[in-house]
Structure formats: structure tokens, C-alpha cells
Write a protein that binds this ligand. Structure first.
Ligand code: SF4
Ligand code: SF4
Length: 581
């Protein structure tokens, strides 16, 4: 982060400079930090400018001009999502900033940082990445201005956009630029998008080597402006064809083409292990004089995998990480558990041992989950031709292998490591998967639930659940019965914390009243209710924008802040802090 640190490392210049909207926390959950360490592992010199001032380029100049490119990210969350609540009120806190106070990153951080980088380093290739860039890579609905916006690459005027998880793409960019072939060589890398001129037939004028002559034409920006349902069509095409690696695609926008290469190959277990064995200190940079709240949250949690097969229609995280699950090996996870145990024993209160708060991913019980059909097709036994948007909806796919007993063995092994006092699962678990394995469910309930288990039925209304691509309520109720019975058998007082959502597209006030009545029958008062936020790029957001469901049927949408708040208040009438949902 500074010239002094470069001197200590013996670096006279950087190869790659990352500009991030988050504070520097040396933890694998921070994308720029992960990629910087990944590049260093592969022989490059990478630096990070964290939360630079944006009224002048001075902060970017501190370590000099990087040799290859600048990588730009808004941080772990979209900058507008970080700054505004579901009711478009300004947030005051930011867990990724020293002191926890909002205001250390600009709105639309990718665009602002790209402008700064152009001022600081004229002519340097600029590459966007992270969740803000990833989810805004094609035309997208922007809830905060209530407008359809162009692909972010056009407004940021950067050279390339990396979408999804970036390890392979970023490394390939570094190799190509290192080879001296210049920015033109960046086109065609898997998992990236770039701008191209259109020819007289309306096709991209130049295609990278290896690309099939015709790709998928997505609806043009102006066509979506005229017919909002085309945003749904485009989102479905991306989900079913581009994300599944069937084709490359392009979207005509203002006389140019935004070209999307097929996705990058997900990391395999060896690569995941290599990545997570990098020497992260898990601490915020020592230059900060106030704590970064996210450090506390991450200190005792361990990532076991990335990706989620759930395919829920509102989920940005799974959209960014992908449907394929990349898992670490048990050995790699236990190494990290032992390291945490050792660090704890060296601390002042170390004799108690460490309480590991979580070993999980987007959904905890998907560690090592995989598609048996894909494996059979690799072995040449069956063709892989899956067109489903979810491995769990409308019911869990017969080919979706979820070895939860392995996850339970992992948790038990972690609990036996030296210096470990207890192990808990804090990531949400999916009830439909847990119901597949009675012994695993018993273990989650009896051994690894710290009094409260987070579950996300999200709603009770069948139509709403279907539009969310969530299992029917009876799945949750069956899980609940088992949970209560097993908690009693284990002699433990434990609760399920249900995650619920208001104002989802298609949800009426009557649906919310039915949900409230279902809760009151169980004497539950909801603690975790989120008002739906139409984040860029999801199927649910296309419903919100178009007023139609996935099949094109008209649906009611609580669109205004007043209508959304009214639905929210049906569940939480007397609570304060509603605007923080
Ligand atoms: S199960 Fe959870 S993480 Fe997975 S897609 Fe659904 S909401 Fe996202
Ligand atoms: S075949 Fe089943 S498990 Fe495999 S990707 Fe499709 S839905 Fe998921």
C-alpha cells in the first residue's frame, strides 16, 4: 500500500495496481486482496490503493505508474447498495471502512475510479472487476435512479471488464500484457467483456481467434428501453446460455457491441487450496487507526467453497459466483482451522481456545456439491444438456449430489483440532437439501447450531415462492418439525431464525398479511425481514422493471417507496429501523 512497503519487498515498481472501494483487510474475502496475492504467487508485483480520495488523483500516484494495468473494483458490494437502504435513504455505516462510517467511497465507484486512473496514468490499460462491474456488465436496471443504464464499461471507458470470479481472467490479462501485445490482445479472455465496433450487418466487426463465427445477439439497449420485458429475455439468455458456457454473446448499444466471452472455468479443488493457502494475515492494514468492522465478522469464519446451485431469482451473490460449486479440500480447511487455533493460543485469552463461527459458503450445506450429469458427460457416458436455471428448483435435481455427511465429518474434524473450543455453522443452510440426509440434519441441529439456525423460507405465499425459485412452504415446515424434535432430543433450547422478504415482485399486500398470519400462528415475531432491493442483473429485478414474471404474465409490483414500506410494515409494524432493511 505504500512506497515504503515496496522498498521492503525490494520492488522498484508495480506490475498491477488495484484500486478498491474497500479498506485493505488482508483476508481472502476481499476480491482485490485475493487477486493481488494470486498475482504475486505467479511472479507479478501487485499493489493496492484502498479507498482513495476521489477529488484528485494523488492517492493513486503514491506507488508510481504500474507497468501492466490498473484493476478497478467498487469493493465487496455495489457502491449504491452500500450507500442506500431499500427505501433509498442514506446509510451511515459501512462495515468495510475504518471506523465503520459511510462516505469513504464514491457512488458508482467503478466509474469514478476509472476517471481518476485515466488522469493519473494516461494510456494505461484499465480493467474493471468485482460485483459492481460484474452485475452491471450489460444494460441493467438501476433502482436508485429508476432508469435503464448502459453497460458500465461504456460509462467507465475502461478497456475490459472481468465478470464472475476473476483469478483466471486477471492472470491471463497480466500474461498477455507482459508479453507486450498491448491492450488489443485483451479481447477474447474467458470471463470478460469488452467493446467492439459493429459492421454493416450489425455484428461485431472483429472476433478473437477461436470464437465461433456467430454468437448470441442479446436485445439492444434501445430495444429494451422500448419493451421492458426484453430485459427479462436478456437475463434469461445470459443465465441459460452464456453462464452455462454454451456460446459467446453480444449486445448492441449506441452503435457499438458489448461482447461477452463465455465464462472462465471455475477453479478446481487444488487451485482453491492453493488460493486459500496464501499468507493472508486476516488483519486490517496497520496504517488504520480505527477498526474495520468486517474484520471482526471474518476473524473466526472460514470459507469452504464458492458458488451456489440454488439459482434463487433475486440472488446477486450466486449470480456473481456462479452455479458451479468450487470446494476446498478438507485438508486445506483444517490447515486454516489449526492456524486460527494456534493464533488464538498465542493471544492473551488464548487458553479458552477458539470458537469457529462458520465453515461455509453462500449456502453451508453445499460444500463439495456437484452435478453427476456433468461428470458422466465428461466421462463420455451421457450428453450434458441441462437447461435448468436452478439445481434446487422446482425440486432438487436428481443429479445434484450434496454430500452433507462429508460436511458434517469436516465440522467434526475441525472441532477436534488443537486450540478449537467449538465449531458452528453461521452461513444459511438450505432446508430442502438438509431434508435429504436425516443424519446430517441431526448433526447440524445437535452439534453445530449455536442456539439459532438461520433459514430462509423468504415467504409463505406459493406464487411468491415460485417467483423467487424457492421451495414450497411445506419443505420449510417439515424441516422445522424435525429441527424442534431433534433439539428436544438433544436437550437443547434452539431457535430457527427465518429470513423473510417483503415487496418482492408479484407479492401483494394480501400475501404479506397471509405471511404475517402464518408467523403469528407460530407466535413468531420476525427479526430478519428484508425489503426486496432490485439489484442489477437478476431475474427478480427484470420482473420489477417489466412488471411481468418469467413467463411474461403481468404481475403486481410494489414499486413506489410508499407501497414497499406499506408491505414491510405489515410484518414489522412497531419496529424502528425499517429503512435499514
Ligand atoms: S440458496 Fe442462498 S446463496 Fe444460493 S442462490 Fe439462493 S439465496 Fe443465493
Ligand atoms: S443436471 Fe441437475 S445438477 Fe446438473 S446442473 Fe442441471 S440442474 Fe444442476
Amino acid at each position: 500500500m505504500s512506497r515504503r512497503e515496496m522498498d521492503i519487498l525490494g520492488w522498484d515498481s508495480l506490475d498491477v495496481l488495484f484500486i478498491s472501494g474497500d479498506a485493505y483487510v488482508d483476508h481472502a474475502s476481499f476480491g482485490c486482496v485475493l487477486l493481488a496475492r494470486w498475482l504475486v504467487l505467479h511472479g507479478f508485483r501487485a499493489g493496492i490503493v484502498a479507498q482513495p480520495r476521489w477529488d484528485r488523483p494523488d492517492d493513486l500516484l503514491a506507488m508510481g505508474r504500474p507497468r501492466l494495468f490498473a484493476g478497478i473494483s467498487a469493493g465487496a458490494v455495489d457502491s449504491l447498495l452500500a450507500h442506500y437502504t431499500a427505501f433509498r435513504k442514506k446509510r451511515h455505516d459501512d462495515a468495510y471502512t475504518p471506523g465503520g462510517k459511510a462516505g469513504a467511497r464514491p457512488n458508482r465507484a467503478c466509474i469514478v475510479y476509472a476517471n481518476l486512473a485515466r488522469q493519473a496514468f494516461p494510456g494505461l490499460p484499465l480493467i474493471l472487476g468485482g460485483i459492481e462491474a460484474s452485475l452491471r456488465r450489460v444494460s441493467h436496471y438501476d433502482f436508485w435512479t429508476d432508469q435503464l443504464r448502459r453497460p458500465i464499461l461504456m460509462d467507465a471507458k475502461a478497456d475490459l471488464l472481468v465478470w464472475g470470479m476473476g483469478e483466471r481472467a486477471v492472470l491471463e490479462c497480466a500474461y498477455r500484457l507482459q508479453a507486450g501485445s498491448g491492450r488489443a490482445s485483451l479481447s477474447g479472455i474467458a470471463g470478460t467483456a469488452w467493446l467492439e465496433k459493429l459492421d454493416a450487418q450489425g455484428e461485431p466487426i472483429h472476433l478473437p481467434t477461436g470464437f465461433a463465427a456467430s454468437g448470441l445477439r442479446l436485445p439492444a439497449h434501445h430495444e429494451i428501453q422500448k419493451d421492458p420485458f426484453l430485459l427479462m429475455r436478456m437475463t434469461q439468455q445470459l443465465e441459460q446460455q452464456v453462464h452455462q458456457g454454451r456460446t459467446w454473446a453480444f449486445q448492441p448499444v449506441d452503435g457499438r457491441a458489448l461482447v461477452l466471452a463465455p465464462p472462465a472455468r471455475p477453479l478446481n479443488t487444488d487451485e482453491m487450496d492453493r488460493l486459500y493457502s496464501l499468507p493472508f494475515t486476516r488483519r486490517a492494514h496497520p496504517s488504520y487507526d480505527r477498526p474495520v468492522p468486517a474484520v471482526e465478522m471474518l476473524q473466526t469464519s472460514i470459507t469452504s467453497h464458492r458458488g451456489c446451485g440454488g439459482g434463487c431469482s433475486f440472488c446477486s451473490l450466486a449470480l456473481h459466483q456462479g452455479r458451479h460449486i468450487s470446494s476446498r479440500s478438507q485438508a486445506s480447511i483444517l490447515d486454516e482451522v489449526r492456524l486460527l487455533g494456534m493464533q488464538k493460543r498465542k493471544s492473551r485469552r488464548g487458553r479458552e481456545g477458539i470458537a469457529i463461527s462458520d465453515i461455509g459458503g453462500p449456502t453451508a450445506n453445499m460444500w463439495q456439491a456437484h452435478c453427476a450429469l456433468r461428470e458422466k458427460s465428461r466421462a463420455g457416458d451421457l450428453p450434458f444438456n441441462c437447461r435448468r436455471a436452478s439445481c434446487c428448483f422446482p425440486r432438487v435435481c436428481q443429479y445434484f449430489v450434496t454430500p452433507q455427511h462429508e460436511h458434517v465429518s469436516l465440522l467434526r474434524a475441525a472441532a477436534r483440532q488443537p486450540g478449537v473450543r467449538q465449531v458452528r455453522v453461521a452461513s444459511g443452510i438450505r432446508a430442502d437439501l438438509a431434508e435429504r440426509d436425516a443424519l446430517a440434519l441431526e448433526a447440524y441441529t445437535g452439534e453445530f447450531t449455536g442456539g439459532q439456525l438461520k433459514l430462509a423460507p423468504e415467504h409463505s405465499a406459493p406464487d411468491v415462492l415460485e417467483r423467487m425459485r424457492k421451495p414450497p412452504l411445506r419443505v420449510f415446515e417439515k424441516f422445522l418439525e424435525n429441527f424442534i424434535r431433534q433439539s428436544r432430543a438433544a436437550g437443547r433450547e434452539q431457535y430457527v431464525i427465518p429470513y423473510l422478504m417483503s415487496a418482492f415482485p408479484g407479492c401483494t399486500d394480501d400475501d404479506m398479511r397471509a405471511l404475517a398470519s402464518w408467523l403469528s400462528q407460530r407466535h413468531w415475531s420476525p427479526q430478519q425481514t428484508q425489503c426486496f432491493i432490485p439489484t442489477p442483473g437478476t431475474i427478480a429485478t427484470a420482473m420489477f422493471y417489466s412488471g411481468k414474471d418469467e413467463t411474461g404474465r403481468d404481475i403486481y409490483v410494489a414499486r413506489s417507496d410508499a407501497a414497499r414500506l406499506r408491505q414491510h410494515r405489515i410484518l414489522m409494524p412497531r419496529k424502528r429501523g425499517l429503512t435499514d432493511a
